[in-house]
Design a protein around this ligand. Structure first.
Ligand SMILES: [Zn+2]
Length: 294
């Protein structure tokens, strides 16, 4: 059963997990306090994540979602207590179990990975009631304090969680080496062209984190590298500011091709390589020229 997941201890009280196929390198984190645990995101929902958590800890486990994209909320249905920012509630309702299943199968096909159907997706199970998460909300797990920090941008209800004792920021998709700020309308239920918010809004979110930099030593994100140096966060901030000030005109990128046009990378980094090669950790952003300002 444990073989359905790859996992390793990456810091004190933190286990990093991904589903065994690692199809999009979607990571989630199990954080262990003395009286309860928290799962930060739940992946696509491949395999029985609840059994996995029970094998690691007998403490009750809550789910804290960094945002509502399907590669972060798929295992939510296996848990009794799930927290998500209300501004991303709409994203949950947008993807049917069938759509997520075909999304996963397409990814597997692309990567030529054999899919064993007994490790099926869990997204067809009834979702628990979602508890609205708010900026500044504190979760005391016992010796582990997680603070919610709202970071609208990548999605309207994106948040990060700061593990205060260890100075670790769980950034979700808010701060990978190349955050995506041009996610097209198919992911939006608000009738907008993009479900990502304007780059200016994301810049304000980054500034809030920057003001608290002394409280952060490490960043754990949810894709590719999984772990980021603070210098990468600074690089993202510089790239975003550079685009807004006209310093970076951007280089066209193939990401979201066929869905939206005019999508650029600030530094022209190849999305396939970002977060994998050493030089790709300089920090970048994917943005749309018609989604810069509030
Ligand atoms: Zn996302």
């Amino acid at each position: 059963m444990l073989s359905a997941f790859r996992y390793s201890k990456v810091a004190k009280n933190i286990i990093r997990v991904n589903s065994f196929m690692g199809i999009t390198n979607e990571y989630f984190y199990l954080v262990l306090g003395t009286h309860r645990a928290a799962l930060i995101d739940s992946g696509y929902g491949i395999g029985d994540l609840r059994k996995f958590v029970s094998a690691v800890t007998d403490r009750p486990c809550i789910v804290l979602n960094t945002h509502g994209h399907p590669d972060h909320v798929g295992g939510n249905c296996l848990f009794d207590e799930v927290h998500l920012h209300p501004d991303d509630q709409g994203l949950l309702e947008l993807y049917s179990a069938k759509e997520v299943e075909s999304m996963v199968e397409n990814l597997l096909c692309e990567k030529k990975i054999w899919f064993d159907h007994h490790e099926r997706l869990t997204t067809d199970t009834v979702m628990p009631e979602i508890i609205p998460l708010h900026d500044g909300e504190i979760f005391d797990l016992g010796g582990v304090t997680l603070e919610t920090i709202a970071m609208p941008g990548h999605s309207p209800g994106s948040v990060s969680f700061l593990y205060k004792e260890e100075k670790i920021l769980f950034s979700g998709d808010n701060c990978g080496p190349q955050p995506l700020l041009a996610i097209p309308e198919q992911c939006s239920n608000a009738g907008r062209k993009y479900s990502s918010l304007p780059l200016e809004t994301f810049f304000k979110s980054l500034i809030r984190i920057n003001e608290r930099k002394a409280e952060i030593q490490q960043i754990f994100n949810c894709h590719k590298s999984g772990e980021l140096p603070i210098s990468c966060f600074e690089g993202v901030l510089e790239a975003v500011e550079g685009v807004l000030l006209g310093k970076y005109r951007g280089v066209p990128t193939s990401i979201f091709q066929g869905k939206v046009k005019n999508v650029f990378s600030a530094r022209g980094l190849d999305p396939e390589l970002v977060g994998i090669t050493e030089e790709s950790f300089c920090g970048d952003v994917i943005f749309a020229k018609d989604n810069l300002w509030e």
